[in-house]
Design a protein around this ligand. Structure first.
Ligand SMILES: [Zn+2]
Ligand SMILES: [Zn+2]
Length: 159
């Protein structure tokens, strides 16, 4: 039942997932890269059946690593080290080369929140990327495709 869409992303028909969304398909990210082109998909940490995206996080007084789900709208994550704090922002870094992930736009959940962008190609292309909020517990904490965010900004001028 699985197949790839024209961009090479895996599509899971909704019948294989919880039917709590109106969308027909859910995206699974099979490739993700830091701004320097390191692959951050970690085969050692599958979440709900798919290898997750591994990142380092840092905020004053705390740092660690986590793996987030590669499945769109899936909030599950694995904390490898350190602790996250609800409502608090962390800057996110590549676990391999330590470069910081870039920010696309602000998130409106808190004054300093950012939507972090992760490329789906080794060379960052804002139209072929995912974005999510870097504040723990934010409703934008699961990723959406950046194209949708950019369209939203163009239409409404704010996020
Ligand atoms: Zn890197
Ligand atoms: Zn947010």
């Amino acid at each position: 039942m699985k197949r790839f869409d024209k961009d090479g992303r895996l599509i899971i028909p909704i019948s294989e997932r919880k039917r709590d969304r109106e969308k027909e398909v859910t995206y699974v990210i099979t490739e993700a890269y830091c701004p320097n082109g390191c692959n951050i998909i970690d085969q050692n940490y599958p979440i709900n059946g798919y290898p997750g995206l591994r990142m380092k996080f840092k905020r004053p007084g705390e740092e660690g690593e986590f793996v987030i789900s590669a499945i769109e709208a899936d909030f599950d994550k694995i904390i490898l080290s350190g602790t996250l704090k609800n409502g608090v922002k962390d800057d996110l870094y590549c676990p391999h080369c330590a470069v910081m992930f870039e920010k696309l736009v602000s998130c409106n959940c808190s004054p300093d929140a950012d939507m972090v962008i992760v490329g789906l190609t080794p060379h960052l292309d804002f139209n072929n990327a995912i974005t999510f909020c870097n504040v723990t517990g934010c409703h934008n904490g699961t990723f959406v495709k950046s194209g949708a965010v950019l369209r939203h900004i163009r239409l409404h001028d704010v996020l």
